[in-house]
Design a protein. Structure first.
Length: 269
């Protein structure tokens, strides 16, 4: 099985730099013009397999425009490299396409396609039920069965509900690490209470960054796809990880820079 996406280290500067931040701000302001902050996130998490390979998959459903009704992130457990997804939902049927490079990521998930997306030939075809999903992953002449079990969910479109332990596999990653947000229903609402740094080699949590538990509850709740609430970019040759917070109009960010000596991410002062 080739698992092309799973074997590529997608070290993109996801929306890095000032240009990406400007685009993000515009998208947020446009969205705010049409709806309140509440009601943006409806996420379902699954675990299971593609063929004989264990995977974890997370999907957010929403009308993202250009026909995109689903965006998500998944990774092969033995690779730990998140692969961005987008696709369409019709009844219980779902077709999901994998993002393969930075250009495609920017065009489809950041800027947004100006024309309706075409999901013909996309890798994942699923039939979703209450407890999970089944279907197939296909690429070229290769086809493998997909079996998934629903393990957790997050929904802030109403009163705010968390079901199970919700871990969001952010699209941002480095050559060595991926980043996961742990979302909790706090006294102030749903938000990310901590971010885990997970070393790809060995799939081990090597650092946890916690966020203040106060009456704001804004970490990881900026009005973007939930998988964009942590972004990676490069500054002077160093990896910078930006965590998004709701508030302040277009939101705020806190940057973390990798310290090679300590082998940890430290908050920019």
């Amino acid at each position: 099985m080739s698992r092309a996406g799973g074997y590529v280290v997608l070290g993109w500067a996801w929306r890095g730099g000032l240009a990406g931040r400007f685009i993000s701000a515009i998208l947020i302001l446009l969205a705010l013009g049409g709806q309140a902050v509440a009601g943006w996130y409806h996420v379902e998490n699954y675990q299971g397999s593609i063929g004989s390979h264990p995977i974890h998959l997370s999907l957010q459903t929403y009308d993202f425009g250009s026909g995109i009704m689903v965006e998500g992130s998944y990774f092969y457990d033995d690779r730990q490299s998140p692969i961005p997804l987008y696709g369409k939902l019709s009844g219980t049927g779902m077709v999901l396409c994998e993002i393969s490079d930075e250009k495609q990521f920017q065009r489809i998930l950041v800027i947004g396609s100006k024309t309706p997306i075409d999901t013909a030939g996309c890798a994942l075809n699923l039939d979703v039920t209450t407890g999970g999903a089944t279907g197939s992953w296909s690429q070229g002449t290769e086809t493998y069965p997909v079996i998934l079990t629903r393990v957790a969910g997050l929904d802030d479109t109403g009163e705010g509900k968390i079901d199970g332990s919700v871990e969001i596999p952010f699209w941002a990653q480095t050559a060595n690490d991926r980043f996961a947000g742990i979302y909790t229903n706090t006294s102030a609402g749903i938000c990310m209470t901590k971010m885990q740094v997970i070393r790809k080699h060995g799939a081990k949590v090597v650092q946890e960054i916690t966020f203040r538990d106060d009456d704001v509850c804004s970490a990881g709740m900026l009005m973007t796809p939930i998988y964009m609430n942590v972004e990676k970019w490069i500054e002077h040759g160093k990896d910078v990880i930006s965590v998004n917070f709701r508030g302040g109009g277009a939101g705020t960010t806190i940057d973390y820079i990798f310290d090679p000596a300590a082998r940890k991410y430290r908050q920019r002062q």
